[in-house]
Ligand binder design. Structure first.
Ligand SMILES: *[C@@H]1O[C@H](CO)[C@@H](O)[C@H](O)[C@H]1NC(C)=O
Ligand SMILES: *[C@@H]1O[C@H](CO)[C@@H](O)[C@H](O)[C@H]1NC(C)=O
Ligand SMILES: *[C@@H]1O[C@H](CO)[C@@H](O)[C@H](O)[C@H]1NC(C)=O
Ligand SMILES: *[C@@H]1O[C@H](CO)[C@@H](O)[C@H](O)[C@H]1NC(C)=O
Length: 675
C-alpha cells in the first residue's frame, strides 16, 4: 500500500514536472518566429541558424525532465486540436438550463477523437496521429428571433400553397440574410457558429427551397430545414419540416420519417425539455463530426501547382451540345473560391486546361469503353414481370485502362506532360449513344485518387434510387457540372462528400444524408454546386493535416532509431546532444504553434510553422544519422586496429558526405512523393 502510494506520488510529481517544464514559455521565441514568418513566408531558410545565442540557450534549458524517446513519442502522439463551436439558441422557448444541459450531453460523447481518412493508400491506417476536441460555447439570442419571425411570417403569407406538397416551400435566402448579418457582427471569429431557430408554431407547415422556382413534377426540388453558409455558420430551423430525404427503398443514411430524427425534434408529440436538448446535442455532435472535422477522403500532399486537365471525349462534331458540360462554369466555381482565399494555401496556383478528343479518332477510347461495359438485369412489373437488361460502365476497369494507357491518350489528345505539381486528369466520355449509361450503375462521375471519370449519353433523365419528401429524385444525366465539381474536390483536395464519414467504431464508412441538402456540391438532394465553408476549410485543412501527420510519423521514426541505439545519452555525445535538445524543442514548439494555428483556423500560419519545422526535423534526422554511423564505425574499428587512420577517415568522410546527400534527397523526395 505504502509503496504504491509513494510510487503514485512520484509519478504525480514527475508528470507535474514534465508538464510545467515542457510548457514553460521561452521568452522572445514567439516574437522571433513571428518576425521570421513575416520575413520569410515560405520558410525557405532554417530559422535555427538565425537564432540568437540566448534563445538557443533557453531552448536547451527548457528541456523536459526526461528526454527518453518514449516520452517524446507520446508527447507527439497526443497533439490535439481544439475547435470552437458557438451554439446560438434563437427563440424564447429554449429553457435557461440549455447551455449546461447541452454541455453535459456533449461531454458524454467526447472521448479520444482522431482525424480520420476514409481511403488511405495501401499501407496507411485510417487514423491520423492528430486528435481534435470540441469546445462548446452556448448563448441565447432573443433579439434575432423577432426579426426572423417577422420575415418568416411575411414569406409564409406570400407563398401560395401547393397541391402537390403538404409543405409550403419558402426561399431560404431572406432568413439567411438576417442570420448572416448577425454572424458578420461577430467577425472575426476563430470558430463556427451554429444557430438553432425555434420561432414558435407557425400558421402552416413549411420548409426551405434552395433553388429557383417551385418543384415541377419532373424536377424534384428537395426541401430542407438547414443551411451551411459560405462563411463559417450553419443554421437549423427546428420549426420547419419535418422533411425526409434519403435512399428510396432501403440503404444507409435515410432520414426516418416522423419524429425520430433529431432534425424533427420539435414535431410530433411534445417532448420533455431534457429530451429536446438531447436531440439538439445529437445535432451539434453530428454537425461537429461532419462539418467541422470531416474525414479526409484521401490524404493529400502539398503541391505548389495544381492543374486540372479536362479531357472531353466527344461522340460526333454535329451533336455538339455544351449545356450541362460548361467547363468555364466548373472552373469559375473553383477560381472564385481560390481568389477569395478559400481553397489554396500559400503560393499555390490552380490552373484548368481543356483538351478535346474525337471518339471516332481515338481507338484507345473505344477500347476502354467496350472493355468496361457491363450489363445487369432487373425485374420490373408492367403487365407481367419482365426482365430488363441495362448497361453500365465498370469504373474500376475503366480506371485501370486509362491509367495503363495514359501515354497513348496523351499522344492522341495532344496534351503535354506536366512536369511539376499535382495533375488531375478529368476524363469525360460524351457518347453518341441513346441508352442510359452510368458508372457502376448509379454515378455520373467517379473520383479516384489520380483521376476523375465521368460519362454522359444522349439520355437526359433517369429516376434515381433516392426520394425526397415522399417523391423520387430525378437525375438529369446530361448535367455533369455539379458531379464534376464534387469529384474534383475529392480527388484534388481530399474533401469527403457531405454524407460520408469514417467510423473507427464500425470500421467502415458511415452514410448519413442529414447535411446533404442546401449548400453542398455533393449528393443527390441538392442542386447547388457552390462551396460552403465546410468544403473550403476541409480543402486546406486536409493538406495541413497530411503534412502534420507526416512530420509526426517521421519524428517518431527518428526517436525509435535513437531508442534502438540505446537512448539519446548513449548515442548523442555532448555537443550533438545539446543541438539535439535545442532542435527538438524548437521542432516541438513549431508543431504546437501549427496545431494552435489550425485550431484558430489560421491555415496560412499553420503552413508556415509546418514548413519551418521541416528544417528542424531534417537536422534531427541528420544528427542521429551521423551519430549512428559513428557508433557503427567505432565498432568496426575495434576489431582490427592497425589501419592508416587518416586515409580511412577521409574515405569515411567522403562516404558519409555522399550518403548524407542521398539521404537528404531521399528525405525530401519521400516528403513530396509520399502517396
Ligand atoms: C535566406 O538566407 C539568405 C542568406 O542568409 C538571405 O540572403 C535570404 O534573403 C534569406 N531568404 C529569405 C526569404 O529570408
Ligand atoms: C499518420 O500517422 C500515423 C502515426 O504516425 C500513421 O500510422 C499513419 O499511417 C499516418 N497516415 C498517413 C495517411 O500518413
Ligand atoms: C409480358 O407482357 C408483354 C407485353 O407487355 C408481352 O409482350 C409478353 O409476351 C408477356 N410475357 C409473358 C411471359 O406473358
Ligand atoms: C477493419 O476491416 C478490415 C477489412 O474490412 C480488416 O482487415 C481490419 O482488421 C478491421 N480492423 C479492425 C480494427 O477491426
Amino acid at each position: 500500500m505504502a509503496v504504491t502510494t509513494t510510487a503514485f506520488f512520484l509519478l504525480l510529481i514527475l508528470t507535474a514536472a514534465i508538464a510545467t517544464t515542457s510548457s514553460a514559455p521561452i521568452l522572445g521565441l514567439d516574437t522571433f518566429l513571428t518576425h521570421q514568418s513575416r520575413l520569410d513566408r515560405q520558410a525557405t531558410n532554417d530559422s535555427f541558424l538565425s537564432l540568437s545565442s540566448t534563445l538557443r540557450n533557453s531552448l536547451s534549458h527548457s528541456t523536459p525532465l526526461s528526454h527518453t524517446p518514449h516520452s517524446l513519442i507520446s508527447s507527439l502522439l497526443s497533439l490535439s486540436l481544439p475547435l470552437s463551436l458557438h451554439v446560438r439558441l434563437v427563440g424564447s422557448s429554449f429553457p435557461s438550463s440549455s447551455a449546461s444541459l447541452l454541455s453535459f450531453f456533449l461531454s458524454a460523447s467526447q472521448s479520444s477523437n482522431h482525424f480520420h481518412v476514409i481511403a488511405p493508400y495501401e499501407i496507411h491506417s485510417h487514423r491520423l496521429a492528430v486528435q481534435h476536441s470540441l469546445h462548446l460555447d452556448v448563448s441565447h439570442s432573443p433579439s434575432l428571433a423577432s426579426q426572423l419571425s417577422k420575415t418568416l411570417n411575411s414569406e409564409l403569407e406570400k407563398t401560395p400553397s401547393s397541391l402537390r406538397s403538404p409543405l409550403l416551400s419558402i426561399p431560404y435566402d431572406p432568413i439567411d440574410q438576417i442570420i448572416k448579418q448577425d454572424f458578420e457582427k461577430e467577425k472575426p471569429v476563430p470558430g463556427v457558429y451554429l444557430y438553432f431557430l425555434n420561432l414558435g408554431p407557425q400558421s402552416k407547415p413549411y420548409a426551405y427551397n434552395y433553388g429557383s422556382g417551385d418543384s415541377s413534377a419532373a424536377f424534384t426540388k428537395c426541401l430542407g430545414s438547414i443551411w451551411t453558409g459560405k462563411d463559417r455558420y450553419i443554421w437549423i430551423d427546428l420549426g420547419a419540416g419535418p422533411v425526409d430525404y434519403g435512399p428510396a427503398l432501403s440503404g444507409d443514411g435515410v432520414l426516418p420519417r416522423g419524429e425520430f430524427h433529431p432534425l424533427a425534434a420539435l414535431h410530433g408529440r411534445p417532448k420533455a425539455q431534457k429530451a429536446l436538448l438531447a436531440d439538439l446535442a445529437s445535432l451539434v455532435w453530428s454537425a461537429y463530426q461532419v462539418l467541422l472535422v470531416p474525414s479526409l477522403r484521401i490524404p493529400v500532399q502539398f503541391e505548389n501547382s495544381l492543374i486540372v486537365q479536362f479531357i472531353h471525349v466527344y461522340g460526333s462534331e454535329g451533336s455538339k451540345d455544351s449545356s450541362g458540360l460548361d467547363w468555364k462554369s466548373i472552373e469559375r466555381t473553383f477560381m472564385d473560391e481560390a481568389h477569395d482565399n478559400g481553397l489554396l494555401l500559400g503560393d499555390q496556383s490552380l490552373r484548368f486546361k481543356t483538351y478535346r478528343v474525337s471518339y471516332s479518332e481515338c481507338p484507345i477510347c473505344s477500347f476502354a469503353i467496350s472493355r468496361s461495359i457491363n450489363s445487369y438485369t432487373s425485374r420490373f412489373l408492367f403487365d407481367n414481370y419482365t426482365l430488363i437488361a441495362s448497361e453500365y460502365l465498370d469504373s474500376k476497369r475503366l480506371h485501370q485502362i486509362l491509367s495503363d494507357s495514359a501515354e497513348e491518350f496523351r499522344r492522341v489528345a495532344g496534351f503535354p506532360e506536366e512536369d511539376f505539381g499535382r495533375v488531375l486528369p478529368v476524363y469525360v466520355f460524351d457518347l453518341d449513344y441513346s441508352m442510359l449509361l452510368l458508372l457502376d450503375r448509379y454515378h455520373q462521375s467517379v473520383a479516384f485518387k489520380d483521376m476523375v471519370i465521368a460519362v454522359r449519353t444522349k439520355n437526359t433523365q433517369t429516376v434515381s434510387d433516392y426520394s425526397c419528401n415522399g417523391r423520387h429524385v430525378f437525375t438529369q444525366t446530361r448535367e455533369l457540372e455539379r458531379p464534376l465539381v464534387g469529384s474534383i474536390l475529392q480527388s484534388m483536395w481530399g474533401v469527403s462528400p457531405t454524407h460520408m464519414l469514417w467510423s473507427p467504431r464500425h470500421n467502415t464508412t458511415l452514410v448519413d444524408y442529414t447535411w446533404s441538402v442546401g449548400q453542398t456540391p455533393f449528393g443527390p438532394f441538392s442542386e447547388v454546386s457552390s462551396l460552403s465553408f465546410v468544403q473550403k476549410d476541409a480543402a486546406r485543412r486536409n493538406v495541413l493535416l497530411t503534412s502534420l501527420n507526416y512530420s509526426i510519423t517521421s519524428a517518431v521514426d527518428v526517436l525509435e532509431s535513437i531508442a534502438a541505439h540505446g537512448g539519446e545519452r548513449k548515442l548523442l555525445k555532448s555537443s550533438r546532444h545539446v543541438e539535439f535538445v535545442q532542435r527538438w524543442n524548437l521542432f516541438k514548439y513549431k508543431l504546437d504553434k501549427a496545431v494552435s494555428a489550425l485550431s484558430h483556423l489560421d491555415f496560412e500560419m499553420a503552413l508556415y510553422y509546418l514548413r519551418s519545422s521541416d528544417h528542424d526535423l531534417y537536422a534531427i534526422h541528420s544528427l542521429v544519422y551521423h551519430a549512428s554511423q559513428e557508433v557503427e564505425a567505432s565498432l568496426i574499428c575495434f576489431k582490427d586496429p592497425p589501419v592508416p587512420w587518416t586515409g580511412i577517415w577521409l574515405i569515411a568522410l567522403a562516404f558519409l558526405f555522399v550518403f548524407y546527400l542521398s539521404k537528404q534527397q531521399k528525405l525530401f523526395r519521400n516528403k513530396s512523393k509520399q502517396f
